[in-house]
Ligand binder design. Structure first.
Ligand code: SF4
Length: 443
């Protein structure tokens, strides 16, 4: 196995972290015991006395950008080994109950001791709970489960019901059931290992590094920069993970054999069809750009979009600072601005019916249907049906949701010749024949 020596730097450049090397580890959920009622208020910087006695620290500055580059040709096994070697008992694998079980297998293969934690949201599929049990027995480990705060869950469910995420988005529920328990877990660690892969989400995971200073969460040292995030599978493709899992005889979640690829909570996860992207099975009623539950929110940039757009010929286009390269660019598709779509909404008798895609150019699913929609537009050219596109993100989103029935991107609507309200295309099938059947049924 290759050795990756730490790169010691003199200053804290971007991507470098002044880390403390703790010689002892604490349980993930451990908090310092409260002071006695009679004691004076403790100085925030003073750790608990027992910890002072047990902990020895040395200042090390590691350039994690440089380390990530050095790991580019390393295998996942080598990266997991490196992570465990550096952080010992202060690092844990975040296990979601899906194919990231491969991380546990890699950890086993290193021969080093390792810890695993998981977030039990209370809304997982029965198959996932069985899978956790099978993994514990297979590896002889105890997964350190993290649970949401009961009072917070109670407050949410009593005020908004059990399925509020379908109405007002998944962030609130995910924040209570996932993000806050994760924060508590990470506060007991100096590093964590995730199963994130670049190929999991064209919208949010295209740029994840093999190792990084965690851009969002804090570790036990406190403050941004106190936690290191390892993504040993970042550059591995899903099919290679599956080959590894099968070869090693690792237990798998039975949901995978029912068409589930990406697995989360039961109400927010569904199977995908062959050829559909795995993230289409998660929070399918929302924008692609929001398809992170908050566990990896550092993947979403400040304006909520991905950095790169993929052309339909597969070439990459880079976002500009103020705009995103457009899609559906063909003479057969009319680019409608707000006034144009307003006019369409007002007309009761149109000269021609219109088929319009509501889209956002950064959306991976819009990019995914670009080829078929352009082909459809070219087929309909001169047929008496006009085809248009309306960019419905940003300032236009609220209007599109209210007036145009925008759900998630892309939404396709049809303005019949003699009706004022548009008809929404109800299917997720975006091939030319299915779209054409819809148009022909309504024209
Ligand atoms: Fe709640 Fe769904 Fe998020 Fe699970 S995935 S925490 S059920 S919103």
């Amino acid at each position: 196995m290759k050795q990756f020596e730490p790169s010691i730097a003199q200053s804290t450049a971007i991507g470098a972290s002044r880390g403390r090397r703790w010689v002892v580890s604490r349980p993930i959920y451990a908090a310092a015991p409260p002071p006695p009622a009679t004691a004076p208020p403790p100085a925030a910087a003073l750790p608990h006395a027992a910890a002072v006695a047990a902990v020895e620290e040395e200042e090390v500055v590691v350039d994690y950008e440089k380390l990530a580059k050095g790991l580019e040709s390393a295998s996942p096994l080598e990266i997991v080994d490196e992570a465990l070697k550096r952080f010992g008992g202060d690092i844990a694998i975040a296990f979601s109950g899906a194919e990231d079980v491969a991380l546990i297998e890699y950890a086993r293969l290193t021969g080093r001791p390792f810890r695993v934690f998981s977030l039990d949201t209370g809304r997982l599929n029965p198959e996932t709970y069985r899978f956790f049990d099978a993994v514990e027995k297979h590896y002889g480990i105890h997964i350190e489960y993290m649970f949401p705060d009961a009072v917070e869950v109670q407050g949410l469910v009593r005020s908004k019901g059990l399925f509020s995420f379908y109405e007002d988005g998944h962030q609130e529920c995910c924040s209570i059931r996932k993000v806050r328990p994760l924060k508590r877990a990470l506060k007991g660690l100096r590093a964590w290992i995730t199963g994130q892969r670049k190929d999991q989400s064209p919208g949010t995971r295209a740029h994840i590094p093999l190792v990084q200073v965690d851009p969002s969460f804090e570790g036990m040292g406190g403050g941004i920069g106190s936690l290191i995030k390892w993504n040993p599978l970042a550059t591995v493709e899903g099919k290679d993970i599956w080959n590894f899992i099968r070869t090693m005889g690792v237990p798998v979640n039975l949901l995978h054999s029912q068409g589930y690829v990406s697995i989360g909570c039961e109400p927010c996860t569904r199977p995908v069809l062959p050829g559909q992207h795995e993230r289409e099975g998660r929070w399918w009623w929302e924008d692609a750009k929001a398809k992170e539950c908050g566990l990896h929110k550092g993947n979403i940039n400040a304006n909520g979009s991905q950095e790169v757009v993929i052309n339909r010929d597969g070439a990459l286009r880079t976002n500009s600072v103020n705009g995103v390269a457009d899609i559906f660019e063909t003479q057969a598709i009319v680019n409608l601005h707000r006034q144009g779509i307003d006019n369409l909404l007002k007309l009761e008798n149109r000269v021609e019916p219109w088929l319009v895609v509501l889209y956002a150019p950064w959306c991976g699913f819009c990019q995914g249907m670009e080829t078929s929609f352009v082909e459809l537009a070219e087929k309909l050219s001169g047929s008496g049906v006009k085809v248009g596109k309306f960019r419905a993100d940003g300032d236009q989103k609220q209007f599109a949701q209210k007036e145009l029935r925008l759900g998630s991107f892309p939404t396709i609507i049809f303005f019949p010749k003699h009706a004022s309200r548009p008809v929404k295309y109800p299917s997720e099938r975006r091939d030319v024949d299915s779209l054409l059947a819809f148009v022909n049924a309504l024209r």
